[in-house]
Design a protein around this ligand. Structure first.
Ligand code: SIN
Ligand code: FE2
Length: 212
């Protein structure tokens, strides 16, 4: 799924980094096993948009001390427990902590790993990650499974955007100014990866929530 618009590579001035093929296949497979264990303890559920109550097209869960949740009444927020089971989120797998430290260089750990499960027709609207007090700490995002078209805008909602394809094993770092840039997922390319049992994509987003 490479094309002429498959940019950017590496770093940009705004602090956005695409670490193309960062995880080799065995590391990807090990992460899938980790995600399966997380989902067994903390089942995927479908969040709803604040106010409208419109369901997300992705299903979600979390691991780590905090989890990002969304619902009609409470809005977007972090909490220590799963909204359906009421249990604490499972611990963050060591492999995710290793990736975090390696790509950010931070000595402190992330506090939340949001697990997004995309079925073949799922997408993610353009948004900014802005529910964290730790506004200066990068966001790290890992792709597993089918290719997806990622869209990156700027600080303003209506500004120009560009898009490129994320592949299984790619790691994106939203650092510097890009920490607050709009981004989303236009679509999946179902069947482009053999990592998972069938079509679909897992995105793991690591975030620091409280100021370290
Ligand atoms: C997100 O921004 O929450 C997800 C991005 C992705 O799935 O690549
Ligand atoms: Fe995001």
């Amino acid at each position: 799924m490479r094309g002429a618009d498959d940019e950017p590579d590496g770093a940009t001035a705004a602090g956005f980094r695409l670490l193309d093929g960062y995880l080799a296949r065995p590391a990807q497979a090990a992460l899938v096993a980790d995600v399966r264990a997380v989902v067994a303890a903390a089942p995927l559920y479908r969040p709803a948009m604040p106010r409208t109550g419109k369901p997300f097209s992705v299903r979600m869960t979390n691991c780590g001390p905090l989890g990002w949740v969304a619902d009609k009444v409470g809005g977007y927020r972090y909490q220590e427990t799963h909204p359906v089971t009421g249990k604490p989120w499972p611990a963050m797998p060591a492999a995710l902590l290793d990736i975090w430290h390696a790509v950010t260089g931070a000595a402190f750990p992330p506090e939340a790993c949001l697990v997004n499960w995309y079925e073949a027709d799922a997408r993610m609207g353009l948004h900014r990650d802005q529910d964290e007090a730790a506004t200066g700490v990068p966001v790290v995002s890992i792709s597993l499974g089918d290719d997806a078209r990622f869209r990156l805008g700027g600080p303003a909602r209506k500004g120009p955007t560009r898009s490129f394809v994320l592949h299984s094993g790619d790691v994106v770092v939203l650092g510097g100014e890009s920490r607050h840039f709009h981004h989303g997922v236009d679509r999946l390319y179902p069947g482009t990866s053999t990592l998972l049992d069938g079509p679909g994509r897992v995105n793991l987003t690591l975030r620091r929530v409280t100021v370290p």
